[in-house]
Design a protein. Structure first.
Lengths: 227, 204, 227, 204
């Protein structure tokens, strides 16, 4: 069956999206984790409003990063296990384009819901009013960066019987700047400083990641499937 | 269609095979045989391009495969040991993903041919191992690609499904297609055997 | 082959221990996670010593709880996938005793290493000197509680194709008291209050868990393997 | 040895079989047959006690199985579709776990019988599907239990291993043991067939 590239990408996206929606754990786990940690915080460190507010932007960003990190292993795992990845590798269509669709779905079911949940969690941690907009915008852009960068780690470790958090060691150097810029944006806004420059930096990261990551992921998948 | 020239395969520093030269031609059904662990699956992965590092050469219709990946990939159906069936999707959805051009009645006919009538919309995690394999194989009824590579297609199939599949393969060969398969069970078809392990081509 | 109960438990323990040691992700992932989060904290919320010190005991306890939570799904997962669980179910020996050995191994490769790592992380978060002993003792007892309670959740969800963090929703009500008593012990010690009563309470939890959990886990495994 | 009386099985609100009565006796080899999805594996899970909820009755040597779980479990070897082999352990370690009383030479002999000589200490994740299955089946050479239940034991085995296994099974029956197995392939042994789907017992 010969189909065009656009149709092939559409098919891939449709399948990934259906699978993600039906696989409860794909979209529910990061959110459960996100809410869980933020709920545990007052229980563990005490409910003083001032203390919680001071750490709120940073904690929300850290937890969003961890939630993404924990969801990465699943990105290519089931395709690897059930042979779909082999079918992608022998497809006539360019692998980076098929990969792009998978990354997009990953962000739609992890990064985007986390972004939308973040104001609620800000409320739970008594985040001051000035922090909400920069928090949401920085998470919106930043979580997409995390999905793109994380996909490279997921592709490199998919062949290992025990990937687990090994991914995190590989990609953490690239996650740290995203975290620092993202968390600082909300923190600076709360303190009344200028923060737009930080968001622009994040946007620059994202542009780089979108342009480069699909190719790096495709190469990593080829390497993983040898041997 | 596909010519292997002096192909070799190494895994974990162990040489699985070397100096393998054979031509899979139009109208052929090839049965790749040999004891467990001799590299049958590795050979199929090289032939299909899942694995791209190997000694020797692969030529597709006279051209090096590396130079005509797109044409080759468009002519190939590969159903591996794990055949790319998504358990969360139904048989119909799985088949549609691989054969988007086929309409509803064609999809249902392909599934019915292998005894999956009535199971079209059951999520695949409710199916048995044999039924799952049949979902993957239903693709062959809709495939216009000439070159089929099948890893142990008969495993876990019952007698009816085996007969239907054998008929499908011989019809494909009769139309000028080419089938390369591995099987532990004897194949009831006029096949050419390639015995890995002693690298010999056994005449039909 | 007819063997005695003690020998059967010994065999089970030996196998689980060997598997855990060889499976890098079993023992490495919780520790990587633990260190990772504590390292990210100063990056996300800023490096002010006083602020970090105030949240240190609570954060270390929360992260230890999360690390345990994330390791639970694997407790029976591979036994389920490879058929070993069926073999345990038809063993002539009492299932709760075989389960006990699995829980013990789980604690040895997650709870115990986390406990031993905790002083290092206390140092990274500038935990005041008085907090170390209660932190270590509370984690030592508390993490064992977490393994025992968590095993019940793991057994109940092992049959689901997508267990994931569903476990956490089931067992969180039982984890929260452990967290509160454990974190409060270290917190109170830092503030110069009496904390031994809290540790005694934790010990009581543990006694209950050791006595009851293996039976609950065995029943849950039988239920999971029907259907 | 084991008598099934009026056994029935329901799954996902679908009745797989009912009113199944048959006695597996000493010296018997039973081949449970039927199309994919008819409940062969479910039946084996009920027989072995993996699944304990079912209609009807199971009697072990005249007593209800529920009353003599320990004795029954001590007499049973069950090798299921996923046979409990740990991929991170070697063949030797896996076998030792199930047969702790066997000494080194007995373990090695059991593995060699199925063609695994030289693979004793290779971690099982390096073995092929057929080799993995043979590691599980090697247990039978060391088993003193009289009642064997095997789910598709011949799958993925090559000709030599199939022959060795068939010999092992007939020797066990000749010693007064009992074997209950499922198989898609024909079995080269004097078996009694129980065809699920039409509930008929086909005479040998």
């Amino acid at each position: 069956m010969s189909v065009g590239l656009a149709q092939a990408m559409g098919l891939q996206f449709t399948q990934d999206w259906k699978l993600a929606v039906r696989s409860r754990s794909d979209w529910a786990n990061p959110m459960i984790f996100f809410v869980l940690v933020i709920t545990l915080l007052p229980l563990g460190i005490g409910p003083e409003v001032k203390q919680l507010a001071a750490i709120a932007p940073g904690m929300i960003w850290i937890v969003a990063l961890l939630a993404t990190l924990l969801s990465l292993d699943a990105m290519f795992r089931s395709d690897w296990d059930d042979g779909s990845l082999e079918q992608m590798l022998i497809s006539p269509h360019p692998l980076p384009m098929l990969v792009l669709s998978k990354i997009a779905v990953h962000w739609l079911v992890t990064g985007l819901p986390l972004t939308l949940l973040s104001p609620l969690l800000g409320l739970m941690l008594s985040l001051p009013e000035a922090g909400y907009l920069p928090l949401i915008v920085s998470l919106f852009i930043g979580s997409a960066c995390l999905s793109f960068i994380g996909a490279i780690g997921a592709a490199l470790t998919v062949a290992l019987r025990q990937g687990g958090l090994l991914i995190s060691l590989i990609i953490m150097p690239f996650y740290v700047p995203v975290l620092i810029f993202g968390a600082s944006a909300a923190m600076r806004a709360v303190q009344g400083f200028e923060y737009h420059g930080l968001l622009v930096m994040l946007g620059g990261f994202l542009a780089l990641a979108v342009a480069g990551a699909p190719f790096a992921v495709a190469a990593a998948l080829r390497i993983s499937s040898e041997g | 269609m596909l010519a292997l020239k002096d192909l070799s395969c190494e895994r974990d520093n162990r040489l699985l095979f070397e100096g393998l030269s054979v031509t899979f031609g139009a109208g052929d059904i090839w049965h790749i045989d040999g004891p467990n662990g001799v590299g049958k699956t590795s050979l199929l992965r090289q032939i299909t391009g899942v694995s791209r590092y190997h000694g020797g050469e692969l030529r597709w219709r006279g051209r090096d495969v590396a130079e005509c990946r797109y044409e080759f990939a468009q002519s190939l159906v590969y159903i591996g040991h794990t055949p790319g069936i998504k358990k969360a999707l139904s048989a119909r959805e799985n088949l549609h993903h691989y054969c988007p051009a086929a309409d509803t009645s064609a999809l249902e006919g392909a599934l019915a041919e292998l005894g999956l009538y009535g199971f079209e919309d059951v999520p695949c995690f409710r199916l048995s191992a044999g039924q799952l394999r049949r979902v993957a194989l239903a693709r062959l009824a809709l495939a216009s690609e000439p070159f089929w590579v099948l890893d142990e297609p008969f495993t876990a199939l019952d007698v009816h499904a085996i007969a239907a599949l054998e008929q499908r393969l011989s019809a494909h060969a009769a139309r000028g297609g080419c089938v390369v398969l591995t099987s532990h069970q004897p194949v009831n078809l006029p096949v050419q055997r390639l015995a890995l392990g002693d690298y010999s081509v056994v005449p039909a």
